[in-house]
Ligand binder design. Structure first.
Ligand code: NAD
Length: 328
């Protein structure tokens, strides 16, 4: 049996990556859509053979509870809408995947987790790199200390904003800028390589274009302090092209570059270049979640994982504002 997924929000990620991935998944398929644009409903239903009874808009969305063809709702909306639609999905009795970053802040994440728990439904965050072999190897090497203890780690993620302003540059819709959108990957990667939770952060912001980035952060630099004293550095940007992780351990260096894009991903260790297949991340991510639902097995990337990153992001914003070291 294949589980039915409904995508909520048919923007660039749904169109370019998730819908194509759902043509290749084995355990789930694109059964429904939720969109505010009738023209998109028309195009999508023809292109992907979606039945009219599985098409919803944001107003009639709650009636999806009566539709047994939809098992999982995938929230692919601007960040400020993640909480509302995750909670509405759970109340409609559906399992949920919510895109990254999970919400505007950690307090919202807690509400989303509570709603899914109360409904007895599973919640997963769109952390596709947990299903990508090179990132999985970095997790293994770091957490098992294959090359000894990590002595330093630096990671960055960012791109140069090209297009016109969108919701991503509006504080009320995005919560922040490069840190929310791109920095969440760097923070995730530091956490999954070290295998521990940071206790303190110190951060600063750099702004070179205060017209474009009037409401949100452009470039942010931070330091995380882990238990035992390890300090790692990270950076995010809407004005610098970054996508790497590099770590120095007792017995040599390892890392990824490009680290976080849709691929290809490349990695190295003291033993040489990593040799793993390039995979369609989203196919593996959604198939894994569908199997978790069917087998009642916990997901590797639950809401709690999204909330841990949001706690770090909240502390980074506090540190930028206070100019001081802040507790996570
Ligand atoms: P997008 O701007 O391309 O699409 C957003 C969609 O939301 C559009 O279809 C838009 O019509 C709809 N929408 C509904 N109400 C809206 C409103 N009030 N204002 C603006 N749009 C509204 O964005 P996207 O790039 O598809 O990103 C959506 C989510 O997916 C974000 O959370 C983003 O971080 C995440 N994302 C994740 C990855 C990944 O690799 N995991 C990649 C890209 C985006």
């Amino acid at each position: 049996k294949k589980l039915g997924i409904a995508l909520v929000g048919l923007g660039s990620y749904s169109t370019g990556l998730l819908a194509p991935a759902l043509q290749k998944t084995e355990h789930c398929y694109l059964a429904g859509i939720v969109t505010g644009t009738p023209a998109k409903a028309d195009t999508w239903s023809k292109k992907y053979y979606i039945s009219k009874s599985n098409i919803y808009n944001y107003d009639n969305f709650d009636s999806i509870k009566d539709n047994p063809a939809i098992d999982i709702i995938y929230v692919v909306l601007p960040i400020a809408m993640h909480k509302e639609f995750t909670i509405r999905a759970a109340k409609a009795g559906k399992h949920v995947i919510c895109e990254k970053p999970m919400a505007l802040n950690a307090a919202e994440c807690a509400e989303m987790i509570a709603a899914c728990t109360a409904a007895g439904k599973m919640l997963s965050i769109g952390y596709r790199l947990h299903f990508e072999p090179h990132n999985q190897e970095i997790m293994r090497i770091g957490q098992k200390q294959v090359y000894g203890k990590i002595k330093s780690l630096d990671t960055g993620n960012g791109y140069v904003w090209g297009g016109p302003p969108t919701w991503r540059l509006k504080k009320d819709m995005a919560g922040g800028g490069g840190l929310m959108d791109m920095g969440v990957y760097s923070i995730q990667a530091s956490r999954y390589t070290v295998g521990q939770e940071p206790l303190y952060v110190t951060a600063r912001e750099e702004k070179t274009n205060s017209d474009l980035f009037k409401e949100v952060d452009e470039t942010v630099y931070w330091e995380l302090e882990f238990p035992g004293g390890l300090k790692t550095t990270g950076r995010s940007s809407y004005n610098k092209s970054w996508g790497y992780l590099k770590a120095a351990a007792e017995k040599g260096e390892f890392g990824l570059e490009p680290a976080f894009g849709y691929g290809p991903i490349h990695g190295y260790t003291p033993d040489g270049k990593m040799d793993f297949p390039q995979v369609f991340h989203q196919v593996h991510q959604m198939d894994d979640f569908a199997q978790c639902v069917m087998l009642k097995r916990p997901t590797r990337v639950p809401g709690e994982e999204g909330m841990k990153d949001m706690k770090v992001i909240d502390a980074i914003y506090r540190s930028i504002a206070s100019g001081k070291r802040e507790k996570v």
